[in-house]
Design a protein around this ligand. Sequence first.
Ligand SMILES: [Zn+2]
Length: 220
Amino acid sequence: MGSSIRIGRIAGIQIGLHASWFVIFFIVAYLFAAGTLRQYHWEEPLYWLVGATISFLFFASVLAHEMSHALVARRVGLRVRDITLFIFGGATSLEDEPKRPRDEAIMAVAGPITSLVLGAVLWGIGAALEHEQEQLSAIASWLGIVNFSLGLFNLIPGFPMDGGRILRAIFWKVRGDRYAATRNAATIGRAFGYLLISTGSGWRSSVGSCRTRPRPRWRR
Ligand SMILES: [Zn+2]
């Protein structure tokens, strides 16, 4: 990714931030501070502080999602090149393609599971704090919704999103052929793929099937 900025390493994995993130950070913070959070009755600076915190932790949520793909990939013996965080998502780049359908499936499912679990836990914390600490409750509740949406959204079976990758792994297992499976998953996911191509999240691979089709520019 040409216009991404390296921000450091986590567990040895290079993390990059796409330039677009800086714009989106302010837009998300603004939408919360000037809109959504006005349902509360706070001092003016608190709207902006909470809005900026939610926006920043939105980024941390996407990072957690991508890190789970990357860590599972490494666990099954694949080399992870880097993670790049985009507007509403990220992409985990691998040096290798998964060798078995099972590896592909657990790598694909790790991200949405992490997001759904985080979403449920945060939403629960938000509900528990509702009458104790309104600002923390708002942060936790909204991040709960964000994470839960991230998890559900990525399960949509539009290859190369996570849901499409799970579908490909199933076809791969059944047919015993990764390339036929990719075609099947791509056909089924095409309607979704065209709709969501600019927002999908997943991992990009430098080798194998991803090369056989035009590479989507954005993944979530
Ligand atoms: Zn994902």
